[in-house]
Write a protein that binds this ligand. Structure first.
Ligand code: ARG
Length: 295
């Protein structure tokens, strides 16, 4: 299936919205009953109906933007399953299944594996601890891979073997930003995405979330990256979803919203305050399903 691309011209040139296919999970069993990241406080009350209503707005927006959204059934007893970014990492129709770090989430992995199999993905079971697209981000032909809190360094080698691509390891050092997708947003995932290009694939990131060596790597590889303020990082501003033009972000990330506009992107805000109580945001609730390239 080919979907027409929507090109929009801005002050800084044209950006193109690319069609996306996502996997999401309605947070019907969402709550905070354990603590595996600093955001989770079981003593604070959660409102599941509110979580579902907020999530629904994100789901509806993706459809409005012309994207496709698949759903996986939520499992009772797995309140974090709404964060489907951790359910796998998918490129070219191949799905690398997660192996969760904490027992609380380990039962999710077989459900995601089964979903991939039933939906025709070449499903690869992992040997190493990894939390899917939470820690692996595809930028151009390169996989940026996070470690320090969840996915192990060995999983970086494994993901490179599974997809036959270059992997760049990045060390996360601030426990609030325990997954790579809380510290980096991929804005232009493909080379030459911008008309009049070839524009390089580009990202936004929070410098303080990384150690010095990783920061130096990011500076060298992405000289045009948007550097996000600590203030915007701390409200999960980077945990966003971009289609190359529209960037769905938290309404609290005011500075990032402005930076995106200046660069010709179209920021759209969606409030997932309830899901932030579990330590997740927009990107965490969104897993990209990248199809095999057609001949
Ligand atoms: N409570 C979940 C956990 O700690 C949140 C996951 C957020 N997901 C993400 N892709 N950053 O595992």
């Amino acid at each position: 299936m080919t979907t027409p691309e929507i090109t929009t011209t801005s002050a800084t040139g044209a950006r193109t919205a690319q069609h996306r296919r996502y996997l999401m999970c309605r947070p019907e069993h969402f709550t905070v009953s354990y603590t595996i990241n600093p955001w989770m406080e079981p003593a604070k009350p959660t409102d599941t109906a509110k979580a579902v209503a907020q999530w629904q707005k994100l789901y509806d927006l993706y459809l409005e933007l012309g994207h496709e959204v698949e759903l996986i059934d939520p499992l009772e007893g797995y309140p974090d399953m709404v964060y489907t970014a951790n359910g796998g990492f998918v490129i070219d129709g191949r799905a690398y299944v997660p192996e969760f770090r904490f027992t609380e989430r380990q039962g999710e992995a077989p459900a995601f594996a089964e979903w991939f199999r039933q939906n025709g993905f070449d499903t690869v079971l992992p040997e190493e601890v990894n939390e899917g697209e939470g820690d692996f981000l595809l930028v151009g032909d390169t996989i940026l891979a996070g470690t320090g809190f969840r996915s192990t360094g060995d999983s970086h080698r494994e993901v490179g073997e599974v997809f036959g691509r270059e992997v760049v390891s990045l060390n996360l050092v601030d426990p609030r930003f325990y997954h790579l997708d809380t510290a980096i947003a991929v804005l232009d995932p493909v080379e030459g995405a911008r008309n009049g290009g070839p524009e390089k694939a580009n990202i936004a990131y929070l410098p303080g979330a990384f150690d010095d060596a990783s920061r130096a790597t990011l500076e060298e590889r992405y000289p045009d990256a948007i550097l996000v303020s600590d203030e915007d990082g701390a409200v999960f501003g980077l945990n966003s979803a971009s289609d190359g033009y529209n960037v769905i972000i938290s309404p609290r990330a005011k500075g990032f919203e402005k930076q995106l506009r200046e660069r010709g992107y179209n920021p759209i805000t969606v409030d997932l305050s309830e899901l932030l109580l579990g330590g997740g945001g927009i990107k965490c609730c969104t897993l990209e399903l990248r199809a095999a390239e057609k001949e």
